[in-house]
Design a protein around this ligand. Sequence first.
Ligand code: KIV
Length: 282
Amino acid sequence: MRVAFAARDLSMYTSKPAGPPLALPDLQRLKRENAKIVCVTAYDASLAARADEAGIDLVLVGDSLGMVVQGHASTLPVTMDAMAYHVACVARGLSRAFLVADMPFMSYRDVPTAMSNATRLIAESGAAMVKLEGADWVCEVIDALSRREIPVCAHLGLTPQSIHRLGGYRVQGREQADAERLRADARKVQEAGAQLLVLECVPAPLAAAITRELAIPVIGIGAGADCDGQILVMHDLLGITPGKRPRFAKDFLAGRDSVLAALAEYARAVRSGEYPAAEHCY
Ligand code: KIV
């Protein structure tokens, strides 16, 4: 018996057009207009498409994939091949959201290595921006990439690639000296050319001060309600991360009947200022 296979219908992976693709100037405009930027992580085409359909502005292929997709205890084992693969999958699912790709541990350890790895994520996989953790020596890399038209998102506060130095996934910047250092680092990465900043797990008043001080949009995760936008790991947003949840995580699928409804509710709650509430902040 012969089975006829129809041509593959890829429309199930792509979202309904929700408007023209967003670019960096759109994110900068949202900051100027005081409108919240809604962000989420994704690692595959189907969930990326649902995020797009729900009106999410920015999708990050985070190296959190090492933990929530691959089951590792940290983000450190994530390879460039894995990132390139997942970014390409997500790119196929998006039509509107701005796509950011994390650069994994050691993939930006010096300028030439960063240049070739970032080029791969942009030119081959389809990202519009790459994200790097840290300041200090990272500023040289941010400067080199951004001067060569590779937009860079910096990541400060709790930086999971520094887990062995930090000794745990803890709130950063609680002490006065640490808070001052974080403020200075935020200014440094902006001066080096970063066009976006993710601030992870810092006290809400400190994140608010940094957001006011910087011209670039600041996206918070566990960083209070006054950042220019919010990001959550998809698995936290859908309540499927095993074990103890971080304080800032909220299960938006609880009480809803679809992933799309959960993502749409997250977008609404961020835009209205309902999320994060005081109970999600440090
Ligand atoms: O890897 C990731 O998912 C991230 C977000 C938590 C911001 O860096």
